[in-house]
Design a protein around this ligand. Sequence first.
Ligand code: 28G
Length: 640
Amino acid sequence: MSEQQTYNADSITVLEGLEAVRRRPGMYIGSVGTKGVNHLLYEIVDNAVDEHLAGFCRNIEVMIHADGSAEVHDDGRGVPVDLHKMGVSAERVIYTTLHAGGKFDGGAYKVSGGLHGVGSSVVNALSAYMDVQVHKDGRIFHDRYERGTPVIELSGGLLPVAGRTKTTGTWVRFMPDSEIFGDHTFKVSSIRNRLHETAYLNPELSIHFVNEREGEEEDILFHEPEGLVGYMKDLGKGKEAISEIVYFHGKSDGIEVDGCFQFHHSFEENVLGFCNNIYNAEGGTHLTGFKNRFTTLINSYARELGILKEKDDNFTGTDTRSGMTALICIRHPDPLFEGQTKTKLGSADAAKAVAAVTAEQLPLYFDRNLEELKKVISCAERSARVRKAELKNKANMLQKPKFSFDSNGKLANCESRDASKCEIFIVEGDSAGGSAKTARNRKYQAILPIRGKILNVEKASMDKVLANAEIKTMINTFGCGFSEGYGNDFDITKLRYDKIIIMADADVDGAHISTLLMTFFYRFMPELIREGHIYIAMPPLYKVQPPKGEELYLYDDAALVAYRRQHKGSFGLQRYKGLGEMNADQLWETTMNPETRLLKRVEIEDFRMADQMTSLLMGSEVEPRRNYIQENAVYATLDI
Ligand code: 28G
């Protein structure tokens, strides 16, 4: 058989492989929504980062073009274009064979965290088109695919030479296929965050990000020579530091460990793990290794210094990490992932390696910086004190009679007890609350009016939070308890409503109230957000009344612009400033009726950034707050 025949035979299986990806895209990239679209780009960027990790690329360019395509360029060696044993250019094999990837030559690490590392061929299969340009060995090569199928003819299995060059590198431009993704597009805020994070994790890499989409043009260079320390500074923005940033680094059992921590005036713990450049949302063994050894270390120092007496109990792990922000970043030649979203590092040797490096490196720092050590221990003492006080407090609070299901004067509960069908509207103000009570479907819709701004849980101590009437009412009404630093009474199976819907005015005050509520949910019931139970009602901004024809509600300014474009003549226009301007019928029709309303589901993609965000949001500036709410509240489909 000639080489060409070999390829023809194999190419059938190749195309069948890519066809499988198109038939069940979710299996490969998790979703066919906006997250899936972003995933395609991350896959390609990760390949460029791998080329950096292999030691051959310092600059990566990422472009979102106005037409909805994305382009990535790296100045590495260029994807190999020589004849592969399958009888075609290696480039063809890489972009058309499932799992053509694998560990890079030269012993570098291939990113393989979680959902990533599915390979460039998956991106190719899910793109309307993909152009690949390679500069290598003085020549320029161009290849093109449409829905995964190559459209450039090879000669002798090789790509035609498209020109000469003195540089080396790879360009990939692709268009997410609307047959797969519908009208979902790239979510730029997530891309920006991820690229910035990649820059922090790779201090010698520069990432140039260009967004050419109409109305959102931007051009940013991410270069973070301070690495993890710079990342820590970023995460600590808006928080008051107690201790210095401590950076440590070492290698054990073939696993490289980089770590960094700092204490702030806060009781929160924010310990983030990364393996081979990928954030591990569910944590894993690297974090366990660090946390356990850190606790042991602090306890033994505290005894050595006489801060803990013989009769005293050890600090708990939570005590020693109270107020801590930490980044633990490992490079592992062959990591293992587990958990619901495969974002939890499972490799047992990672725990051992991180513990070993922590035990070896931290004493080098603490032994020389006694004052810093004392500050760190004082955080643990403070936490232990509060823990003991709150344990009593909580016992007291739990003894108080709970609000019974209906006896709360303000809550208008629904009749059904079938949680999967029930929803509760949290409504700002008594008057809007009154309209909502009249408007609702009383079988399935409960109304909980809250007065004015709720307590900012970010700034209040735990006993104040638990004493706050609105918060107590919410906890008791939802039925699922709450979780906080020292214990977890949260039980999502007890949740009495499938949807918790924040209904506030579409103005700055309304946005503030939504933010306060989301902060409360994020800190005390984060699973409600993770599991998609929190929604924001979208009251209309406008009502238009054409001279003939039906009145129409418009939910944002873009809709008004579109309406103006389509309706040349004059029409009546009413702007709604608040929920209070609508009568009960209008409120039902526009905002509450599941058949016609628009709901946003609150999704926090970046739980790692959310902690810092809450600090940012609670600041005095309104604009970032509004942006945050708009960016993080992703449109759910019309909730029918
Ligand atoms: C621009 C967007 C994304 C890439 C390279 C460079 C090489 C490569 C890529 O090799 C896999 C498997 C083992 C050799 C390696 C070039 C060695 C020598 C490379 C990218 C081939 C493929 N010369 N740059 N892959 N190995 N950039 N950027 O995808 O045997 S992928």
